[in-house]
Structures are given as C-alpha cells and as structure tokens.
Design a protein around this ligand. Structure first.
Ligand SMILES: *[C@@H]1O[C@H](CO)[C@@H](O)[C@H](O)[C@H]1NC(C)=O
Ligand SMILES: *[C@@H]1O[C@H](CO)[C@@H](O)[C@H](O)[C@H]1NC(C)=O
Ligand SMILES: *[C@@H]1O[C@H](CO)[C@@H](O)[C@H](O)[C@H]1NC(C)=O
Length: 506
C-alpha cells in the first residue's frame, strides 16, 4: 500500500476509535521507521526474528502505547556478515530511520556504532554483549540485555567459590571473545585468581585448529577451562575435548551463555551432542517468572508454528530480551513525542562539507532528534517479559542476574543463581532482593554439581602434576600434531572429531 494511503487510513481510524483519549496527535506522525538487522540462520537470530515480529504486532495493535503512531519495521538479514551489516545500516539511514535494533554480534556492533554515532541514530542491541561496547566511545549504542561484564563476574565468583586459583580461557579471537576475556581477567583478579593460559581460536577455526589448540590446553597446569565462543564452534570444541578425553573427571568446563542458548533453542539435543557436554557448567541470563512472561511463552509454539520449514524451536532468553527491546523503544518514542520531539533529518554532506564525489553520500542523513530519543530510551521504566526494565546511570539494566546451569543426563539442572546483589545463592533473585545484600563467603552457595566424568567429587586444584601430563601426552600421541592419534581415545567412539553430527555444520 502506498504510504499516503496508509497515513490517511491510520489517521482516519484513529479519529474514529480513539475517542479523544489521546492528546496532541497532530505533533505525531502516523508512521515512524525502525530498522532491524539480524542473522536469521543462527540460534539467536531465528528466535529474535519471531520475538521482534510478535512485539511489533503487539505494539502496533495497542493504541495506548504510541497514541496511534505505528512503527514501520524493516528487517534485514546480515547473514553474520560485518560488511552486509554496514551496507544495511547505510540503507536504513537513507530511509529516515529513527532507530536501529540489532545487529547480531559485537564485532558488527563496533563498526555500525561508528556510523550510528555519527548520524545520531540510536542503536539498540539485545545481543551485543561485549562489555567494551558500553564505553563512552559509543554514545548512541544502548545494550538491552545483560552485559558480559556481569557474566564474567559470575564466572569469577564460581571459580573462587570452589577454591580454584587459575583458569584457562578458550575463546574466539575477535572483539566479543577478547573483550569478554579481558573482563573475566579483571573479575578474577578481584578474587585473587587469574587466567593462567589464554587459548584464542580463529573466528573460523576448523576442527584441526581446535584440536591443536586443545592439545596445548591439555598440556597446561589448569584443568579449569572457561569456554567463551559462539554456539556452533563451541559445540565443536566440546566434541573435540571429549575425543581428547578432556571431558574426564578432573576437568571443569564453564561455558558462557552460548551453551544455555543452544539448550533452550534446540532441546532435546541429539544424544551424541548431549554425551559431549555432560558435566559442563553454563550460565543463562535470569528473567523472573511473571504472568507476562508465562503468557508470552504460551504463545511461542503458535508464533513459530508454520513460520519455518525446520519445525518449531524453543524460546531462549535472547528472544525475551528482543521482545522487550521493541517495547522499550516504543515507550521511548512515546516519551520522545511527549518531550516535543519531531522527526526531521538534515543532510550529512551539507553539514560536514564532505564532497560526495562519485559516492552517493547525499542519502546520509543526521537524525536531528537523535539526542532526545537517546535520552528518552534511557528514561524508560517499564515491566516486560524479562521483568522490570530500567537503566542504571552507567547504562546497564538494573538487577543483573544469571542462572547457573549444570548439563546432566538428557537435559540440564539449575544449581543456583548469581546476582550482582548477593553473588552465588540457591535462593531466587526476587527472594534475595527482599534481604540485605550479603556477599560473605559463608553465604555463597550452589547445589551440588555433577562434573565431567559423572562425578560429584569437586575437581581439586593442582590435581595434575608433570607425571600425569606425560602420561596424558603419551597416551594421545600429542607430539604428532597432524598425524593420526593412536592413543585409546581414537578408538573410543565411532564419530570422533571428524564425524560430528549435523548440529555443528555451519
Ligand atoms: C503532549 O501531550 C503530553 C501528555 O499527553 C504532554 O505531556 C506533552 O507536554 C504534550 N506535548 C506538547 C508538545 O504539547
Ligand atoms: C552491581 O554491584 C555494584 C557493587 O555493589 C554496584 O556498584 C553496581 O551499581 C551494580 N550494578 C548494577 C547494574 O546493578
Ligand atoms: C551473611 O550471611 C552469613 C552466612 O549466612 C551470616 O552469618 C551473616 O550474618 C550475614 N550477614 C548479613 C549482614 O546479613
């Protein structure tokens, strides 16, 4: 439908149905443009797409939210490409877009933030969890989920709780991985612990790369391994680790929330995948139980049914945050209009005396209301499916909290919670918030974990001495990096690291 007709229709409907409930409509446009960039073919992207579409339908069908103004959403699939993400951002900006939701990963967010900052278009991301993105360098970037900063503090407190002093960090060598691990290092130092070995993986690591990396990890002192990566490579790492017998008792694997995201989205996982991840600890962004959340969860199978060829998939915590991000933006746009904001753009070229040359830079527009919209976003105070939403002065969501999850059997079990308020506890965050904060070590508790090797015996520090490492090395022929491994590991399973199931296909 042509835009003018849509506008006429919206205003017309509004006149009929609003019955004077809404004031100063004349200052509000019928439609505002919002862009969304995500990667449909990922655990997070496919779930977020459904959530965002549902949210926009809900927002647009509720005339009390924006006094009749509709949000016109344009979605783009960046297919995990940083370059496409940039091109799409520029396309949105040429279309008078007042805000952008997305993009998928922290790496792309770093680049896109530079564009959106320059053109004063707020960029909301429920996903770019890289702690470095909250720096003052990117004023128009707003994170609408929990920062990895808190997840890393949670991991450091888990390490400290069990009395371990050193960890090995296996991570993807990009902004997301590196900055996450820097935050982990800082958090560990606060607990007088440290990262004793860093094992960066290339972002497109092959199984051979991963095998080489894990062999080096196996030869280090620490058996406490923190795995901070993306979903698909993460499963490959755990599969190779299983093959190398690094999933035996004595090892500890703490996976950041990429693993809980897979468990939530794709459960039940194939049994060979579950075999690979037994005993792993992972974290999940905590969202309290509520009527609103339960209502959304009950709609989920309807929302996913029939929308995709591969059958339905589960809702993960990013899906909940994606849904709330749209509502948060809608409330912010309402505040923006209440503060007298209007949607106007000025040409970037004219304001910077930049010569476009053969590039078509005329399409670049600065959003004049950008600062006001940003201010409005940070002022929102609402309750969504993820619980109460409000920003702290350092632009984090209030009450950061995670669930601590232990993968066992055919599923997983919550063994406790971590809150910024009281550290580790078996009590739910809502209960903790009613008590005074208490971080005394006597108060830190989680239920017992079943560790790799199906043991409830807590892996000890410095369990492995040189002798064990030598035996381990000899048993696996690790000195021979590319040749076939003749140790007992190679015969113990038919699929091995070269025959992992379809889950790890990229
Ligand atoms: C628009 O109406 C809201 C209340 O509905 C009011 O707070 C605001 O001041 C009004 N804005 C203008 C520009 O009149
Ligand atoms: C987390 O806790 C620290 C220390 O108690 C506090 O300074 C900070 O504001 C908290 N952050 C959030 C987002 O609640
Ligand atoms: C914190 O918890 C510990 C152990 O449960 C208790 O002994 C202590 O009194 C608590 N401190 C406060 C301030 O409540």
């Amino acid at each position: 439908m042509n835009k003018v007709w849509l506008l006429v229709l919206v205003v017309f409907c509004h006149e009929i149905f609003s019955n004077g409930v809404v004031t100063n409509i004349s200052t509000r446009p019928a439609v505002v443009n919002v862009g969304v960039i995500l990667s449909y073919n990922t655990h997070i992207g496919k779930v977020a797409k459904v959530s965002i579409e549902a949210a926009i339908e809900d927002v647009n069908s509720d005339p009390t939210v924006l006094a009749g103004t509709k949000i016109n959403l344009t979605m783009q699939d960046s297919n995990y490409s940083r370059f496409l993400g940039i091109v799409q951002t520029l396309q949105f900006i040429g279309k008078d877009t007042m805000a952008i939701i997305g993009p998928l990963n922290s790496v792309t967010a770093h680049v896109i933030s530079q564009i959106t900052d320059e053109l004063q278009v707020p960029l909301l991301s429920y996903l770019a969890v890289d702690p470095a993105l909250s720096s003052l360098q990117f004023p128009f970037f707003v994170r609408t989920s929990q920062s990895d900063l808190f997840q890393m503090v949670a991991i450091a407190e888990i390490v400290d709780h069990y009395g371990w002093k050193e960890v090995t960090a296996v991570y993807v060598d990009d902004d997301y991985g590196r900055n996450g691990i820097v935050a982990l290092g800082d958090a560990l130092v606060e607990k007088r612990c440290k990262i004793s070995y860093k094992a960066p993986m290339p972002p497109k690591a092959t199984q051979d790369d991963i095998t080489d990396i894990l062999v080096k990890v196996a030869l280090t002192e620490s058996r406490i391994i923190v795995l901070h990566t993306y979903d698909d490579p993460g499963l490959v790492v755990l599969n190779v680790a299983k093959y190398l017998e690094m999933m035996n008792s004595g090892f500890v694997w703490i996976a950041t929330n990429w693993l809980s995201t897979i468990l939530d989205t794709d459960s039940p996982l194939a049994s060979n995948v579950m075999d690979d991840i037994q005993g792993v600890i992972t974290l999940r962004m905590y969202t309290p139980d509520s009527k609103l959340k339960r209502k959304f969860i009950s709609r989920w199978s309807n929302l996913t049914g029939g929308r995709n060829a591969n059958g339905s998939f589960g809702l993960n915590s990013y899906g909940l945050y994606a849904y709330d991000t749209v509502w948060l933006l809608a409330h912010a746009i309402d505040l923006f209009f209440n503060h007298g904001g209007d949607i106007s753009f000025s040409n970037y070229i004219r304001s910077t005396e930049l010569q476009g040359g053969s590039l078509n830079l005329d399409a670049l527009n600065i959003f004049n209301g950008g600062n006001l919209l940003l201010k409005s976003i940070l002022q929102v105070n609402m309750t969504g499916v993820t619980g109460p939403i409000e920003f702290t002065s350092d632009r984090n969501f209030i009450n950061p909290a995670f669930e601590v999850i232990n993968v066992i059997g055919t599923g997983f079990r919550r063994v406790g919670y971590w809150t910024n308020y009281s550290g580790l506890s078996v009590l739910s965050p809502e209960v903790l918030y009613t008590k005074p904060p208490n971080r005394s070590s006597a108060n830190q508790r989680v239920y017992s974990v079943i560790w790799p090797g199906q043991t409830i015996q807590q892996p000890r520090v410095d369990m492995f001495n040189g002798y064990c490492i030598d035996v381990f090395t000899a048993a696996h022929g690790f000195k021979n990096r590319t040749g076939e491994r003749t140790g007992k590991g190679s015969g113990s399973r038919t699929s091995g690291p070269t025959g992992v199931g379809p889950v790890v296909e990229r």
